[in-house]
Design a protein around this ligand. Structure first.
Ligand code: NAD
Length: 255
């Protein structure tokens, strides 16, 4: 119960890494707002945890590319659970085209609005709440291995995910005076709908890119996020925690 008494917002909490993190946070004693653009899926997640005695999970519809909606999600957490201790800025979309095939209006701006601006908005809205509460807080944001390297079909995605790392450093610096920590995570290949849409062959290639030749389970990421959100991770601040099973240290198999 390492998150007992904590209140968290998890964006993109209706699926994949976010959903696994909702489950882990509840197991660890947190109350959670599932904030997702897909309200029906978010509500289904909340309903899973609602017993007649208690409702530790509340759903809210949020498009993270809309600052007012992100502010409303923070207000929702405070209205329902009384405060905010943790925000996990995790909602995101993936995909891309070769650079020279880009139509900027299609292949750049929309993804930047979600994957980059959405994290900025989460940091800003939660940061103001943490300041006003005077309680400190934790900001965890999902970057990617692609935030630290170039990759095929990832011009825009890599830029947005690199910004997430930069935001994390700057937020840690600016918000330390309010007792706030900020951490980014860089997942490698995680078995979620973003990846499961690909062919078995491509998935096997993805798995082989990680040192132990297997895709990461969303629950494995959630375990790390719960630790980072807890007071046990109190000295992890302004940095990137790599959760890629060795992807970033590994170049090529010779067998
Ligand atoms: P997913 O598709 O399973 O979940 C993403 C969730 O975000 C969905 O519930 C979706 O409805 C929600 N979402 C999308 N756009 C939104 C918006 N504008 N506002 C609010 N919610 C929105 O994907 P996932 O793999 O769990 O991805 C979670 C995060 O992890 C993303 O930021 C992704 O870039 C990152 N990531 C994933 C992998 C991987 O291998 N799966 C690797 C590195 C990083």
């Amino acid at each position: 119960m390492r998150l007992e008494g904590k209140v968290a917002i998890i964006t993109g909490g209706a699926s994949g890494i976010g959903y696994a993190t909702v489950r882990k946070f509840v197991q660890e004693g947190a109350r959670v707002v599932v904030a997702d653009i897909n309200l029906a899926a978010a509500q289904a997640v909340a309903d899973e945890f609602t017993t007649s005695a208690s409702a530790p999970v509340s759903a809210v519809q949020v498009d993270v590319s809309d600052f007012a909606a992100v502010e409303a999600a923070v207000a929702h957490a405070v209205a329902v659970f009384g405060k905010l201790d943790v925000i996990f800025n995790n909602a995101g979309i993936a995909g891309g085209k070769p650079l020279l095939d880009h139509d900027p209006a299609v292949d750049y701006a929309p993804m930047i609005r979600i994957d980059q601006d959405g994290v900025y908005y989460g940091i800003l809205a939660a940061g103001r709440q943490f300041r006003d509460q005077g309680t400190g807080g934790v900001i965890i944001s999902t970057s990617s291995i692609y935030g630290e390297q170039a990759a095929e079909l990832s011009f825009t995605y890599s830029a947005a995910k690199a910004a997430v790392i930069s935001f994390t450093r700057s937020a840690a610096y600016e918000l330390a005076q309010f007792g706030v920590r900020a951490v980014a995570i860089t997942p490698g290949r995680v078995g979620t709908p973003i990846i499961n849409q690909f062919s078995d062959e491509l998935k096997a290639t993805f798995a082989a890119e990680q040192l132990r030749n297997k895709m990461t389970e969303p629950e494995e990421i959630a375990n790390v996020v719960a630790f980072l959100a807890s007071d046990e991770a109190n000295v992890i601040n302004g940095t990137v925690v790599s959760v890629d099973d060795g992807y970033s240290v590994f170049k090529q198999r010779l067998d």
